[in-house]
Design a binder for this molecule. Structure first.
Ligand SMILES: [Zn+2]
Ligand SMILES: [Zn+2]
Length: 144
């Protein structure tokens, strides 16, 4: 009687653990698949994530984008006429990546090699310090 009870007990956890494990790995699998799907979608929209700077870059424009609010979908529509159905749920996906907003992105260090996905621009260099800018207005303010 005692032995039979024991064997039933040892059979139970096995029975319960197995479906639990397979359910977990399925969820993880689906999660990974949907993340891959979303990053492929970003690429098709001409967007890439720079993982070093945690920045979202529009490869077509060669510039980093502001990720706050609906700015990315606005950019896709206004600059590239990406239709609405291609832009659905992209905002929530981008927000889930917790990227740095454009306003908080640090400038790349002086002398950095050209970035693969960013346009290079001619600009101004201050002769007295390391200040660099592509904006005539900003160099004017810097020198005044
Ligand atoms: Zn663009
Ligand atoms: Zn200066």
């Amino acid at each position: 009687m005692h032995t039979r009870h024991q064997s039933r007990c040892s059979a139970l956890p096995h029975h319960y653990i197995f479906p639990l494990f397979s359910k977990c790995s399925l969820t993880t699998h689906l999660h990974v698949l949907s993340a891959m799907h979303e990053s492929n979608r970003l690429r098709r929209l001409g967007l890439v994530v720079d993982s070093e700077y945690r920045a979202l870059i529009c490869v077509v424009c060669g510039c980093a984008l502001s990720c706050s609010g609906c700015q990315v979908t606005s950019h896709l529509w206004e600059k590239h006429q990406v239709p609405k159905d291609a832009r659905t749920s992209i905002t929530s996906y981008i927000h889930s990546l917790r990227l740095l907003d454009l306003s908080r992105l640090p400038p790349r260090p002086n002398g950095s090699p050209a970035h693969t996905n960013l346009k290079t621009k001619r600009g101004y260099a201050c002769k007295l310090c390391d200040y660099l800018t592509a904006s005539e207005e900003r160099i004017g303010r810097h020198l005044s």
